[in-house]
Structure formats: structure tokens, C-alpha cells
Design a protein around this ligand. Structure first.
Ligand code: ADP
Ligand code: MG
Length: 683
């Protein structure tokens, strides 16, 4: 990068160490960072409305002049009100300013201004409280509004960014290859920079934004493809074709086409001389475990080992049971390894893995993070992919003899997003559920119907079924934990007196959780009161009813995941969503769940309604934060960027060509060189 742009913001006029600190709080260190601090939105002063026609209580722009200023009125200690009469020569308006004498003083009688604010009051006496004031002779009729932090003001930021643009204009560069520029008829980067900050008109602003969103998504996608490419140059464990019929014949059911296809994809991948990097995506209940077992069987027949990692101990234990059920009759030895096992148990399992006695190891992260050695590890499977980030995938790549990798995700993600998040992976999708599944009936009700909901649950329990009551929490802090404990106690003494109630929450240790899950599986527990730890993959076919409290606090996809805990057996199942938040949007959202059971559709809706936050929630995917692109809004650009990235990488797999040098720098900057370095380590 041109060195003048990488200088500290202190290099700019008007910024000393103090202010630089404020900028740093927003993640802005260099002139370049500042240029990439894009406006949150804009105030467009080009089309003021007549005061008489301005909408009430909505933001609007009016133009006029100050005709009279009243003296300061001190309402009480610390509260002064300044008023002025403002007119567009047809209608008058009272400007009301609280406490800011400075702002008030700026208003000069008879001078023309734009005001931006909300008009309140009756027709005869319109008021505008604390408007944003702009002198009418200003040339920049569209004003950027920036995200701020304490110690900075909009006008300061505007001025500083102006100065940064001057530096940029001395150092204009163009990161995009000519072909990409032409194909997409993009505006130049300098035009984009100027017009994203100080748009000449809204059209110019759109052009600029389009270009910059593209740049950002392109760089992100290039980074993902680069990772994929990196893992490709190193050879993995090349496996041979084997007879799989024994596996297929031994299963208690016929695999779906999707399952067969996914297993085939894996088998093909693992016969090549670079590691498999595959994602199997399938809705809850689509049967991903049977795919994993198939892949593990293929590896076993090749005389090698498979490790399967799950995000929780419960899941690990469950997968262990399932894999054992599928594979042990075929002579495959399966081991369980989790953090909560005793040192002695762990030691014995580890010895068995190192000696090759076990062909499959199922466990939590501890499995690969600790000093576990394998005699011949050829495949690493991670379940419930959304809990693992891109970074963790990169770490995994360094384990063993560069094994094949299979990840399984139950979070249906819109395809475009999946390509972005999992751009480093090939994808197999399980489209259909196994035949004969009955859809889970879902109802959204308010707390007033809680009694009836509980009644309904009791009916199920009385018929010999089991149920869940889920109290989702955003964070499991002590207070909320107390809540769920109290809640469970209340239920066991009240509505569910006489039933066996179990409690499951995130603060329990692995052994405790497992015990509870085991008891639930064995039907020692009728009703399981749980936080969202039960969310992922737990399989108890006799459970047929679920009540979710505070349902509105969660994303649709997450609720869909949760309800996937029921409806896993032959019985008709139901899910009741309780919410006391009856605003229109929340009701509309929950209704979607009653209408459809298609996880992909639900995730598309979620994306539309809530934005990609849920998919990128707490940066679970480990993707770098984006500055301007919004995946839910910019899908088309995302597609274009993906296509362009593919072409660029096809012609220059490591981004080494001179014309791509800026792009390469931007990739390194966006990913903070993290992944690339990590991958480098395992060479
Ligand atoms: P998920 O994709 O949610 O991980 P699982 O692998 O847990 O789904 O499978 C859900 C249930 O469906 C399990 O009880 C499993 O035995 C069963 N199952 C898997 N594949 C099939 C199939 N092809 N036909 C019938 N049942 C199946
Ligand atoms: Mg599963």
C-alpha cells in the first residue's frame, strides 16, 4: 500500500494524540482506515419540503430563514430553552433548542438555512426540536452521517475525512484488475471514495457504494478461495475405492438420495491427492450422522482412522452411541473421548488411538486440541459446523497427516451466504428428509395460553411420551441460571407435580449433563426443562412436545433447530412458542415457523427480517467484520464478486501477479494475515 495512506491519523491536520485515541476506539488507526470509515447514512438537503406540507413526527428537511430570536428561557437549573421563529414565507415554525447556546448563536436572522428534524405540534403552532442546521449556501447538499464515539462530532469527522481524501487524491491507486472494472462498468476508486463520503448526488452515492461493496466482498471471497487453494497443494491421505455394500445393507433404513450422494461425494474426494474439504448441509433430522458413519466406514476399510468432533459432550456421547450402533456390527471399533472423562479413561482411549486399536474416535474439541495422537488419522469430521469458525477449520488442517475434512451443518444457510461463509469448502446438500416424517405442528401463543399449553403437554406425558420446556437465554449468567432453576422447581411443584422433571443448563459439567440426557433417553425423566444447550442435535425419538418460552428472543433458524428435537420418531409432534411480545413483527416472524418446516426457507426469511446477524452471530463463523457490505442486502453484488473472485484465482491461484498486488494486500489486511499464517505453519 502507498505509504502515505498507512500513516497514523495523527498525520492529518487537527488530530493530536488525544483525538487519535478517540479514533482508535473505533478501530481507526491509519489514514486508510479513516477513508474506509464509511457513513452510516446521509442527510439529503436537495429536496426540502414546504413547512406547511411537511409530515408530522417524521424526519424531514425544510428550508427558510430565521425571523425572530427569543431570549434564553431558563426553565430550571441546568435546563435552558432557546427559541426562534423560522419561516418559508408561507408557514412559520418555532425552532426549539435545549441547552445549546452555541447552536442558537449560530443562527443569524434573515439568513437562509436548511433544517433537518421532526415537526411536532398542531397546525397553528408547529415546532421543531433540536434540528440539525445547515447553511443554505453550503455546496454539499448531501451530508454524510458517521458512526461516532465520545470526543468526536460529525463536523470534526467530516473535516478530517476531507483531509484524508486530499491525501488519497495524491496517491490514487486502483486495486481492481482492468477486466473486472470493464465487465462491471465500475466507477474508479477515487470517484467512489469521494462520493461515498461527499456524494455529488444520490446517484453518484449509489455508484460509489456499489463499487465499494463489491471490493469488500471480492476481497473476502478471494481470501476464502486462497485458503481453499492453500489446503489443496498439500497432499492428504489418498484412499482407495472399497466395497461399501456391507455398510448400506446393515443400516436399519434405506438412505435417501441426498445421503447417498453426499457419501459418494466424500468417497470421491478422499481418493484424490489433496485433502477433502467438504460441508454437508442438511436440515435437522435429515440424517447427517449416517453420512458421517458412511465416510468413516470408507476410511476404516482403507485401514485408517476417523475423528468426529462435536461441540458439546452431550452430542459427542450421542454420536458415539449412534456410530457404535451403525459400525460396531461391521467390526469397526469406536471410542469416546471427552473432557470430563477420568484421566485413566482418557489415557486408555488415547493409547488405543495411538496403537490403532480404535478406528473411530468421537469426542469434543479436547479430542484434537489436546495431545491426542492417532496411528493413522485420515478423516476429521466436525458436527454442527456453525459452532466452529473458519479459523478453527484452518487449525484442524494442521492435525495429523493432513487429513480429509468433513463438516456437518444443521443450520440451513441461504446458498449465497453459504458460499461466502464456507467459500473454502465444497458443499453437499441433503435436500429431503427421510420418508415418513410427520411435520412438527407449531403454534405461536401468548403467555395467557400457558395453562392450556401445559395441559397439552401433560396429555402427551400421560400417553407415555416425553417433552421439553425450553427457556432460551441470550447469555447464561448467574441470574438467569437462577431463573431456570426456580422455574423448574415451580413446575415440579405446580403444573407438573407428580411427573419426573429434569433440568439441563450450560453451567452443569459434562458428566452432569450427560447423566441428565441419559436419564431422559431412558425415560427416567418425563419433562426436561432446559436452556438452549439442548439446541444441537440431541436425539430422543420418544419426545413429542416442546414448549419454548420467550420465543421472540431468538432467530427463526435457532427456533427451528430447537423444535427439531421433537418429531424424531414415529409419533406426531408439536411445538408451542410462547411469547408476550405481541408486536406485529414478532408475531409475523413466529407465524413463519407455524407455516413452514423447510429450514432453508426459514433461514431466507430470517435473513430478510433480521439481517445476517444470526448467521454471523457473535462472529461465530470467524469471518472478518465487514465495513460496508451487508450480506442480506447485497446478494447480487455478492454473486458478482464470487464470480470475479473465481476468475481471478483461476488465473492467479496465489494472487502473485503484479496486477493483483493491491488485492493481495487487501486480503491480508482483511484477514489480518491470520489464516494465511496459520496455514503456513502446517506446511
Ligand atoms: P441430523 O441430520 O439432524 O443430524 P440424524 O443423523 O440425527 O439427523 O438423524 C435423525 C434420525 O433419522 C435418526 O434417528 C436416524 O437414525 C434417522 N435416519 C437417518 N437417515 C434415515 C433414513 N434414510 N431413513 C429413515 N431414518 C433415517
Ligand atoms: Mg445431527
Amino acid at each position: 500500500m502507498i505509504s502515505e495512506l498507512t500513516k497514523s491519523v495523527e498525520y492529518l491536520k487537527g488530530i493530536g494524540p488525544k483525538r487519535a485515541e478517540c479514533y482508535e476506539k473505533m478501530g481507526i488507526k491509519t489514514v486508510y482506515d479513516l477513508l474506509n470509515h464509511f457513513p452510516r447514512n446521509y442527510i439529503d438537503y436537495t429536496d426540502p419540503v414546504p413547512i406547511g406540507k411537511a409530515p408530522v413526527n417524521e424526519p424531514c428537511i425544510v428550508k427558510g430563514r430565521v425571523v425572530k430570536k427569543f431570549p434564553e428561557a431558563r426553565i430550571r437549573e441546568g435546563l435552558s430553552v432557546y427559541k426562534a421563529i423560522f419561516t418559508d414565507d408561507v408557514t412559520d415554525l418555532v425552532i426549539v433548542i435545549y441547552n445549546s447556546e452555541y447552536l442558537f448563536k449560530q443562527l443569524e436572522p434573515d439568513k437562509e438555512y436548511y433544517l433537518c428534524g421532526r415537526i411536532t405540534g398542531k397546525r397553528v403552532r408547529k415546532e421543531m426540536n433540536s434540528p440539525i442546521v445547515l447553511s443554505a449556501d453550503t455546496e454539499e447538499k448531501i451530508q454524510p452521517v458517521y458512526r461516532l464515539t465520545e470526543g468526536l462530532s460529525q463536523s470534526m469527522l467530516r473535516q478530517t475525512i476531507r483531509n484524508a481524501l486530499t491525501v488519497f487524491n495524491r496517491n490514487i491507486y486502483e486495486p481492481l484488475p482492468k477486466s473486472v472494472m470493464q465487465e462491471n462498468s465500475f466507477c474508479s476508486l477515487d470517484y467512489a471514495m469521494e462520493n461515498i463520503h461527499f456524494p455529488k448526488d444520490m446517484h453518484a452515492c449509489e455508484l460509489a457504494k456499489h463499487r465499494l461493496v463489491f471490493d469488500e466482498l471480492l476481497v473476502l471471497q478471494l481470501g476464502m478461495l486462497l485458503m481453499k487453494g492453500r489446503s489443496r497443494d498439500r497432499s492428504g491421505c489418498v484412499l482407495k475405492k472399497v466395497d461399501m455394500s456391507e455398510y448400506y445393507n446393515s443400516l436399519p433404513f434405506k438412505l435417501t438420495d441426498g445421503q447417498l450422494g453426499a457419501i459418494d461425494d466424500c468417497i470421491n474426494d478422499m481418493q484424490r491427492d489433496f485433502p477433502m474439504n467438504r460441508l454437508v448441509q442438511g436440515d435437522v433430522g435429515s440424517g447427517k450422522t449416517a453420512v458421517a458413519a458412511g465416510a468413516a466406514y470408507f476410511v476404516y476399510k482403507n485401514g485408517c482412522q476417523t475423528a468426529l468432533m462435536a461441540p458439546t459432550e452431550i452430542l459427542a456421547a450421542q454420536h458415539y452411541d449412534t456410530l457404535k450402533g451403525f459400525l460396531e456390527p461391521l467390526g469397526v471399533k469406536v471410542a469416546l473421548l471427552t473432557g470430563s472423562m477420568t484421566a485413566k479413561q482418557k489415557k486408555s482411549v488415547k493409547e488405543g488411538l495411538e496403537s490403532g486399536e480404535y478406528s473411530v474416535a468421537v469426542g469434543t474439541h479436547a479430542l484434537v486440541q489436546q495431545s491426542t495422537k492417532f496411528s493413522d488419522l485420515a478423516l476429521v469430521i466436525t458436527d454442527e459446523q456453525h459452532r466452529f469458525g473458519v479459523e478453527q477449520r484452518a487449525v484442524l488442517a494442521s492435525k495429523g497427516n493432513n487429513p480429509h475434512k468433513l463438516v456437518m451443518s444443521a443450520t440451513p444457510i441461504p446458498r449465497t451466504l453459504a458460499l461466502m461463509i464456507y467459500g473454502d469448502l465444497d458443499i453437499s446438500i441433503l435436500k429431503e428428509l427421510p420418508k415418513g416424517r410427520q411435520p412438527i405442528e407449531t403454534y405461536a401463543v401468548t403467555g395467557k395460553l400457558r395453562e392450556r399449553a401445559f395441559n397439552y403437554v401433560r396429555q402427551h406425558l400421560d400417553e407415555g411420551r416425553q417433552g421439553y420446556i425450553v427457556c432460551p437465554m441470550i447469555e447464561e449468567n448467574d441470574r438467569e441460571l437462577q431463573d431456570v432453576k426456580t422455574y423448574a422447581k415451580k413446575l415440579s411443584e405446580g403444573d407438573f407435580k407428580g411427573y419426573n422433571i429434569g433440568l439441563l443448563h450450560g453451567r452443569m459439567n459434562g458428566a452432569q449433563k450427560e447423566q441428565i440426557m441419559q436419564d431422559f433417553k431412558e425415560h427416567k425423566i418425563d419433562l426436561l426443562v432446559s436452556t438452549t444447550v439442548v439446541e444441537v442435535g440431541v436425539d430422543v425419538p420418544n419426545a413429542t412436545v416442546m414448549v419454548i418460552e420467550n420465543a421472540d428472543r431468538f432467530g427463526l433458524s435457532q427456533l427451528h433447530q430447537l423444535r427439531g428435537r421433537v418429531g424424531r420418531g414415529q409419533y406426531k409432534s408439536s411445538c408451542i412458542l410462547i411469547t408476550d411480545n405481541v408486536n406485529e413483527e414478532s408475531v409475523k416472524r413466529l407465524k413463519i415457523l407455524s407455516k413452514t418446516t423447510d429450514g432453508f426457507k426459514i433461514s431466507e426469511e430470517d435473513l430478510k427480517l433480521r439481517g445476517p446477524g444470526d448467521f454471523f452471530g457473535s462472529r461465530q463463523h470467524g469471518l472478518p467484520a465487514l465495513k460496508i457490505a451487508d450480506m442480506s442486502q447485497d446478494m447480487d453484488v455478492l454473486r458478482d464478486a464470487q464470480n470475479a473472485a473465481k476468475k481471478i484465482i483461476a488465473a492467479d491461484p496465489l494472487l502473485e501477479h503484479k496486477e493483483n498486488s493491491y488485492l493481495r494486500e487487501l486480503v491480508d489486511k482483511l484477514f489480518e494475515k491470520k489464516f494465511i499464517r496459520q496455514l503456513g505453519k502446517c506446511d
